[in-house]
Design a protein around this ligand. Sequence first.
Ligand SMILES: Nc1ncnc2c1ncn2[C@@H]1O[C@H](COP(=O)(O)OP(=O)(O)OP(=O)(O)O)[C@@H](O)[C@H]1O
Length: 262
Amino acid sequence: MYTYFMQIGMIPIKRDGYGMMNDPVIQLKNVHFRYNEELVLDGINLSVPEGAFVGIVGPNGSGKSTLLKLVLGLLKPVEGEILLFGQKQALFKRQERIGFVSQKANSFNSGFPATVFEVVASGLTRKVGMFRFLKRKDKLDVLQAIRQVGLEPYVNRKIGELSGGQQQRVFIARAIVAKPDVLILDEPTVGVDAKNVRLFYKVLTSLRKEMGITLLMVSHDIEALLNEATHVAYLNKELKFFGDTAEYKKVRMEKQFSYAGF
Ligand SMILES: Nc1ncnc2c1ncn2[C@@H]1O[C@H](COP(=O)(O)OP(=O)(O)OP(=O)(O)O)[C@@H](O)[C@H]1O
């Protein structure tokens, strides 16, 4: 327990009275999932504590993206259940509390006409409606999100003119502009150069520490992930390991397992 608190630092105070303080924000209970006949997830039990940065790792095809899709409600478990903020997923209506950054977010071509401001503002669609004008407060929120990812100088730049790493930060800004409690990321650093990967992780850590956003992220880049994640979930159809990062490193050293061959 002590290690856990050391790892995640201060536990942020919840911004509303929804659920108990320190409740797990995401819980999977005995979750099974199949695509047709193929069993892809086998009895997953996982609790993501509030304020944590949980990195999901595992070999190709081990079910990582599928797990995220289940948490996002895009797929339904064939057995078991998922709780979001202590509530059964089917009853959960506050989707704005969960932001998502996908793997393919940074694939804009240079001709794409929207500016950084416009892309980030599109993250407010659910809140303000598709064709409504942004109020002054909404515009300030958009600018604040852009500032949080360090892209202030690019506010009016076309997104297609930015690098892959910068585009990925624009998508983080879009995902956080509605002020979610949880941010889910699926391999967001694919194709991003090392310098931008470091910046990207710095942004994530500041979101967690300064805004109390809980992070759940799939990544193949395990060494970069281990520097910032508070917890690691190692998946290979079953959940082979879940614990704090220090414990993961220790077990990895003791058992001398490699990332690919745990
Ligand atoms: N839509 C689908 N229909 C059928 N099978 C699928 C579908 N999506 C994924 N699968 C299969 O389910 C398994 C898990 O896929 P998933 O994408 O969750 O793994 P992953 O760990 O995210 O892989 P990677 O690291 O390569 O992205 C794989 O065997 C994959 O081929």
